[in-house]
Design a protein around this ligand. Structure first.
Ligand code: MG
Length: 357
């Protein structure tokens, strides 16, 4: 099925700020709230929604201001080039509207083969080992099927050893370096080999594919790339070099859900497992990620958490864990509806853009 290519009557841009249930630390600092740009694609009686992550490092836009003015011209005859996360949000909003009008779910449109997806959870760098173990224990009790630990120099072997001991040898565990290491740290990272980790994700800088290839040769733990994989071309280069044997797929980083599916398809042809990463999505972005993660090549649990991992109140009806899994939305479009009252509460600015206006 090919949705109609009809243009919108308008798009509505919304700047929203959602409080987090607990501070979340990323490369850009500790966040108490998370900002997003929401795009509402309005066509005829229908509409669709997309979500652009903001201020969360590579794969998000640096600030709302950085994309707002570009998006104001997104419907011009010669629209400006958008950064990947904003292009992805616009694509999803359009697809959501078109698929709702056609009565088709995004999951079916993408080629999903599962009704549920395994939920994994990311655990940030904690103030103490005891706090880390408390959180990990809580996540296991909630039912998460995989835990990922953020690591950095000074917070790696000791916390991983403690968590491995607490969870037992069989529990699926992986680590994410978020580019905090250099190739010179290879001996330190090799000490993680004894913990039976699923992978080490993005240990080195984004543009250092050669370094990742050299590191992969020195580790038994498989290397996964996240931020490095910004396009199919980079993927081909990374696989050719042996820079990774697992890929984290994020629609926002790749410029859209269709590009994300292409990366999935290519990895599947090459026998490379993929999983779906996250960027503190609200229900809008989470619905997209869950649909994508239902494709057959997503053989590892993603960073696909329940709404309450981040938000007391989500923008859509909450995603909840059912036996450690999330249900793939099967309604038309992204399959979830934005809650008007919540949306009104979290909106801090609105602009409506019309074609040729
Ligand atoms: Mg990552």
């Amino acid at each position: 099925m090919t949705p109609s290519a009809r243009g919108p009557d308008a798009i509505e841009l919304r700047r929203v700020a959602l409080p987090l249930v607990a501070p979340f630390r990323t490369a850009t600092g500790a966040h108490q709230t998370v900002e997003k740009v929401l795009i509402r694609w309005i066509a005829g009686d229908g509409e669709g929604w997309g979500e652009c992550p903001v201020g969360l490092g590579p794969g998000s836009v640096s600030s709302v201001d950085a994309v707002w003015s570009l998006l104001l011209h997104a419907l011009d005859a010669a629209p400006p080039a958008l950064p990947a996360p904003a292009a992805a949000a616009l694509e999803v909003a359009r697809l959501d509207a078109e698929l709702r009008a056609a009565g088709v779910s995004l999951a079916v449109h993408l080629g999903a083969t599962r009704d549920t997806v395994d939920a994994g959870v990311a655990v940030g760098i904690a103030p103490t080992l005891e706090a880390l173990l408390t959180e990990v224990e809580r996540r296991r009790e909630e039912g998460y099927r995989r835990v990922k630990l953020k690591i950095e120099p000074g917070w790696d072997v000791e916390p991983v050893a403690a968590v491995r001991e607490r969870l037992g040898a069989e529990f699926p565990l992986h680590v994410d370096g978020n580019s905090a290491y250099r190739l010179a740290d290879a001996a330190q990272l090799a000490q993680l080999d004894r913990f039976g980790l699923l992978m080490i994700e993005q240990p080195l800088p984004v543009d250092d594919l050669d370094g990742h290839a050299a590191l992969a040769r020195q580790l038994r733990t498989p290397v996964c790339l996240d931020e490095s994989i910004s396009s199919l071309a980079v993927l081909e280069r990374a696989l050719g070099l042996g820079a990774c044997s697992i890929v984290n797929v994020k629609p926002a980083r790749l410029g859209g859900v269709i590009a994300a599916r292409e990366v999935h398809d290519r990895c599947r042809e090459r026998g490379v497992p993929v999983w779906c990463g996250g960027m503190l999505e609200t229900g809008v972005g989470r619905a997209v990620n869950v649909a994508l993660a239902a494709l057959p090549g997503f053989t590892l649990a993603g960073d696909l958490s329940a709404s309450d991992r981040y938000f007391a109140v989500d923008l859509t009806p909450s995603f909840v864990l059912e036996d450690g899994r999330l249900r793939v939305p099967r309604g038309s479009g992204i399959g979830v509806d934005v809650l008007p009252d919540v949306l009104a509460d979290v909106t801090t600015a609105i602009e409506v853009v019309r074609p040729g206006a």
